[in-house]
Design a protein around this ligand. Structure first.
Ligand code: ZN
Length: 81
């Protein structure tokens, strides 16, 4: 038995192993280590978000029109200037 959900994206049961969290509702890619309140992930239904750990899958998603989250993708939020 294997996962057959999607041909190119590995769906993780838990988010803890994933390097990235994908919000399929808004087509946004989050860095799981830095996700914060502004990311609005809790309001995304579980079936609309997946974990991802492979950079090449992220590149694929970006190619498909997904965008990197402005709040967490580049790391901890910068201090306000
Ligand atoms: Zn985010």
């Amino acid at each position: 038995m294997g996962l057959d959900i999607g041909k190119f994206i590995t769906i993780e049961k838990g988010d803890n192993m994933a390097k990235y969290l994908i919000d399929h509702k808004h087509k946004r890619i989050h860095r799981s280590a830095f996700v914060g309140d502004k990311c609005d992930l809790p309001q995304i239904p579980l079936n609309k978000r997946t974990g991802e750990k492979l950079d090449k899958n992220i590149e694929f998603l970006i190619h498909e029109g997904y965008r990197r989250c402005q709040y967490c993708y580049d790391g901890p939020s910068l201090p306000l200037k």
